[in-house]
Ligand binder design. Structure first.
Ligand code: MG
Length: 378
């Protein structure tokens, strides 16, 4: 750290040496970036990755993409952006508890849903169908394409030139079970936090929207147990405050469980480096008992919320529009905006049309449909 203005502060490596566990991913051990860059004195590599993700266009567009519920259903529920921030917050809490690299965890969390198409999994399914002949569409794979090829922000390289460990973490999400080695703990923490987050906030949003009642939910063991905890402390709570207290308990119990299980194992000292983690078979996640209770809650949400007639109607209409827009874009590539004009030569016309549609917010998608594509709906 030669800069005289910041001399006296500890270097990133020194801070990490003090704060992080040996099994954490230390910045000094990073494999670096595809296009080498100078080290920055006041930010470590993963802080820099986090900032690049935060400032990219695809990240900002998450505010216009649904998590589960659409903008037509009010403004209380989560969007893909607020979901992402909740995941980052919970992931950082777990990471700090386990003395992992919070900067890497935050970068991975902000990145994890960046490849989502408009209209959630309905949009993804429609694009997957449209692109079936050229390899299909997956939001996890698309997230990598966005940060490696599509984003244009820096004169020296395409994409965001993120650190190898951030790209590796996302690649693991693409490969799932077929991945050759165990993901870094920072990657596993973000996965666990994603699950904790959506189980809690989908329960909250569904209750708030009146799709399920507290009575129905309390028949699920996990929710019943959390409700009991709330009532022991606040016997007369009802309405919105009861709902919020329940959601708080749902998050707290899941975070505590992950910290206890992982903390007990990691404190044995078997894993002495990030490479040890990669070579191990350690799987960070809930206890067997909580995993089973989460499955029951998720099955309930699937039946009563994700397959709710209101959401199915949104799903069908969105898919029809996306399919029609895709067909029209392939027929008329001149409708691609300038930032996608160079893509057909690299990845083909179908893939380019899919990438453009995937980039859209729901508002923009509807507006474009009304303006240019309405006549193409057969
Ligand atoms: Mg997510």
């Amino acid at each position: 750290m030669d800069d005289p203005e910041i001399r006296g502060l500890q270097t990133v490596a020194q801070r990490e040496e003090l704060l992080l566990a040996p099994y954490a991913m230390h910045s000094r051990d990073s494999a670096g970036r595809r296009y080498p860059e100078d080290v920055q004195a006041y930010r470590g590599p993963f802080q820099r990755d986090r900032d690049r993700i935060l400032h990219c266009s695809a990240f900002r567009r998450l505010s216009g993409k649904m998590q589960v519920f659409t903008g037509d259903m009010g403004d209380y529920h989560r969007t893909r952006l607020t979901h992402t921030h909740e995941v980052a917050s919970i992931a950082r809490t777990i990471a700090r508890g386990l003395r992992l690299n919070e900067d890497l965890v935050e970068a991975l969390a902000l990145f994890h849903d960046i490849g989502h198409a408009p209209f959630g999994h309905a949009g993804e399914d429609a694009l997957n169908e449209c692109l079936a002949d050229v390899g299909g569409f997956s939001h996890n794979q698309h997230a990598l394409t966005v940060v490696e090829e599509i984003e244009e922000r820096y004169p020296g390289f395409p994409g965001l030139n993120l650190s190898f460990e951030v790209l590796e973490g996302q690649a693991v999400r693409v490969q799932k079970a077929s991945s050759a080695c165990t993901p870094l703990l920072e990657v596993q923490v973000v996965d666990a936090a994603d699950s904790i987050t959506y189980d809690a906030h989908d329960t909250d949003d569904a209750m708030k929207l009146g799709m399920v009642s507290l009575d129905e939910l309390s028949s699920i063991p996990l929710v019943g147990r959390m409700l009991q905890r709330v009532r022991q402390r606040h016997a007369n709570l009802h309405g919105g405050l009861l709902r919020k207290a329940l959601v708080h308990e749902l998050i707290d119990c899941q975070v505590t469980d992950v910290l206890m299980i992982a903390g007990a194992f990691l404190s044995r000292g078997d894993l002495r480096s990030a490479d040890d983690v990669r070579r191990s078979e350690f799987k960070l996640g809930p206890s067997a008992e909580l995993a089973e209770q989460k499955r029951e809650l998720e099955a309930f949400l699937y039946r009563h919320v994700y397959r709710h007639p209101k959401l199915l109607a949104v799903r069908v209409a969105a898919q029809q529009r996306l399919r029609a827009m895709f067909a029209e874009l392939v027929r008329r590539p001149d409708l691609l905006p300038s930032r996608f004009r160079g893509r057909p030569a690299k990845v083909g016309l179908q893939r380019s049309a899919g990438e453009y549609l995937a980039s859209m917010t729901e508002r923009f998608c509807d507006e474009q449909f009304d303006r240019y594509f309405h006549g193409s709906l057969g």
